[in-house]
Design a protein around this ligand. Structure first.
Ligand code: GLY
Length: 329
């Protein structure tokens, strides 16, 4: 979470600059299988906080449990961490001081549920699952999502902004003239994708969103096909980074479709990042990272800039890896 603290100091506001000519695709070392056997169970998730999340998911997967349960329980660990500044109620607030949460979940049958702009609830991913399982809808937002949560047994949390977060918010207010901040370090959503011993895929994504956002802003994380997409015939993908950028290319849906058309997870992630670089001239001013998993248990990871990492648990080992990235200078 140091990056979030650094980001307060830097706070470069949306000063778009155009770069001539796109860099070539980076040389990647995709984490593929060493033989033809399908690697399962398997779970991967974004950033260093993915490691404890994968541990929780692995407990379910290694006991033969369902990927859907694994991806919910996994990210709940991070949602419950009050020191995490980008996921859950410990996250940085919007510019008016409200912590608003976005989350979604998707299963192997294509069922999905999502909540956005939700306040005071510790586990938005579980509310998203309940939207999926108990309503005819996919997405509930704001007060409606909150009332739905309360009506279904979730409690209003009494968790308040920590002194550290309050201080950071006040500092940001002083330095930034109430303008939303677009920055390379404002990007620590947890996205998780997993395959269980049955070979079924699921995914989840949860965040407090971009720090100091406008009140009411929703990013990519709760939007199916942007922060997360799962197709049990093909694979799954999740995203982290500047949500507006991911939404503009329907990032995770794009990656799954690229895999459907024959790309490896690594190639698909690289092409999605290239798409951003081609269409969004200010791409060097922000970060986006993608993870992907196919039905064979091959994995892909790629980001715009350096410093994107992810946790991969497979064959009983849960390790952090640095992702390859596009902008090498
Ligand atoms: N990817 C998180 C957000 O943009 O809110």
């Amino acid at each position: 979470m140091t990056s979030r603290r650094d980001f307060i100091k830097k706070s470069a506001f949306a000063s778009a600059f155009v770069i001539g000519g796109l860099p070539k695709l980076g040389k990647s070392e995709p984490l593929t299988r060493s033989n033809d056997a399908v690697r399962k169970p398997i779970v991967l998730s974004t950033w260093t906080h993915g490691k404890p999340a994968n541990d929780a998911a692995w407990k379910i997967l290694s006991a033969g449990g369902r990927a859907l349960d694994a991806v919910e329980q996994g990210v709940m660990v991070v949602e419950a961490d009050p020191t995490n500044l980008s996921v859950g109620l410990g996250g940085y607030p919007d510019r008016d001081g409200h912590v608003t949460l976005d989350a979604c979940i998707m299963d192997e049958k294509g069922n999905c549920g999502s909540v956005a702009f939700l306040e005071h609830i510790l586990h938005p991913v579980s509310v998203a699952r309940m939207v999926m399982e108990k309503t005819p809808h996919v997405m509930l937002v704001g007060e409606g999502a909150y009332q739905f949560a309360l009506a279904n047994g979730f409690k209003k949390s009494s968790q308040e902004m920590t002194a550290e977060v309050k201080e950071a918010w006040q500092k940001w207010q002083t330095a930034n003239n109430y303008q939303p901040t677009i920055d390379k370090n404002n990007h620590d959503t947890i996205g998780m994708v997993a395959m269980d011993t049955n070979g079924d895929l699921s995914g989840s994504c949860t965040t407090s969103g971009v720090a100091w956002k406008m009140h009411g802003r929703v990013g990519d994380s709760p939007i199916i096909g942007d922060g997360l997409y799962v197709d049990n015939e093909v694979g799954a993908a999740c995203a982290t980074g500047l949500g507006e950028s991911v939404i503009k290319i329907c990032g995770t849906h794009l990656i799954v479709e690229l895999m459907r058309n024959g790309k490896t997870p690594q190639q698909a992630c690289e092409e999605a990042i290239q798409r951003i670089a081609k269409k969004q001239s200010n791409y060097k001013t922000f970060q986006v990272g993608f993870l992907a998993l196919n039905k064979n248990g091959d994995v892909g990871a790629y980001s715009i800039g350096k410093d994107f990492n992810y946790a991969l648990a497979v064959n009983g080992e849960n390790k952090l890896y640095d992702s390859d990235y596009l902008v090498k200078e």
